[in-house]
Design a protein around this ligand. Structure first.
Ligand SMILES: [Zn+2]
Length: 323
């Protein structure tokens, strides 16, 4: 009988340390150094089939930041007995198997895992890496998708999951996240998958275009600076994600802090579309962008218009004050 590898879910949680003296003494290549990996493996029916837990001896920050110490209860004596990161990460990736999807609470763990792997010259999985951010899904299901981000403790409590109240250790956080995962509707989890932004698309061909029920998402390649990004036709285009037609701009892209840009356009068939571009810094002046287009209504359009007027008024006041 041939062996058949079905897809597993890897619920991942990491604990990390940071410079004990804050920004001073921080290595910008690795602001957060992973000191513990915890993970739970579930099969396609979301049954727990295995677990992984490993302590890692830090080599960049050899003292614990006081908040990390308080939160996790780690001691340096304990961590110094851990594996080196390379061994732990390679064992972990091997343990994940051939066909799997990561599940996490929030988007930080995947980014920091990859950042630490890059720092230690470990090969990253081929991009784009899709994963399930269960904090985002929880937010969509129970908080109507607004900007509230809930802690894992909150979600566990909300879903009446029993715990031993030992949060902030990787294995237990992964286990509790796995319990939350089992309670959320799989269709919704699958529908609202996330993409890792640590590996930015290298070329135009690698750029990412995704269509969800209520919005579309575009992730661009890197640009040398913000204004180059805003000159790119694909960055600024407003194609209706429902029908693929060009939506006519009613308000051109505008911004108040040049980190986020907004626009309003209109599809003859699907109505008003709000555009949002987020600038994400890679290094120096280099940026990539994430563009979200979502259907909106007259109320949403009025809010955008107000925001634009506000920004204009602010600029005018600044200019007059400068005279
Ligand atoms: Zn349309």
């Amino acid at each position: 009988m041939p062996t058949y590898n079905s897809m597993n879910y890897i619920v991942l949680d990491l604990e990390w340390n940071q410079s004990p003296r804050g920004k001073e003494g921080e290595n910008p290549k690795i602001p957060f150094e992973i000191v513990e990996i915890g993970a739970i493996k579930l099969n396609e029916h979301r049954e727990i089939i295995d677990s992984f837990s490993r302590l890692i001896k830090p080599v960049v920050y050899k003292e614990l930041h006081h908040i990390i110490k308080e939160l996790t209860g780690f001691t340096m004596t304990e961590l110094n007995q851990g594996d080196d990161f390379k061994t732990a990460a390679n064992d972990f990736i091997r343990w994940c198997g051939e066909d799997y999807k990561f599940c996490t609470w929030g988007s930080l763990d995947i980014t920091e895992l990859f950042r630490n792997m890059k720092y230690h010259h470990i090969k990253l999985p081929a991009p784009p890496v899709f994963y399930y951010d269960l904090q985002k899904v929880f937010n969509i299901v129970y908080e109507n998708g607004d900007r509230t981000t809930r802690s894992l403790e909150y979600a566990v409590d909300y879903l009446k999951i029993e715990t031993d109240d030992n949060f902030h250790r990787a294995y237990y956080d992964a286990l509790y996240t796995a319990y939350v995962f089992q309670k959320l509707e799989l269709d919704i989890i699958h529908k609202y998958y996330s993409i890792d932004y640590f590996q930015v698309p290298k070329t135009k061909d690698d750029e990412i275009n995704l269509v969800f029920d209520t919005y579309s998402k575009y992730v661009s390649m890197a640009f040398n600076n913000k204004s180059d990004a805003m000159k790119d036709k694909e960055v600024t285009s407003t194609i209706c994600y429902k029908c693929g037609r060009k939506a006519k701009k009613k308000i051109r892209w505008f911004s108040d802090n040049s980190k986020v840009y907004y626009s309003l356009s209109s599809c003859p068939e699907h109505g008003l579309i709000e555009g949002k571009i987020k600038m994400r810094k890679i290094s120096g002046e280099r940026y990539f962008i994430i563009k979200i287009l979502s259907l909106t209504d007259e109320k949403g359009a009025a809010q955008l218009k107000d925001r634009q007027l506000e920004i204009r008024a602010k600029r005018r006041r600044k200019r007059q004050a400068g005279k």
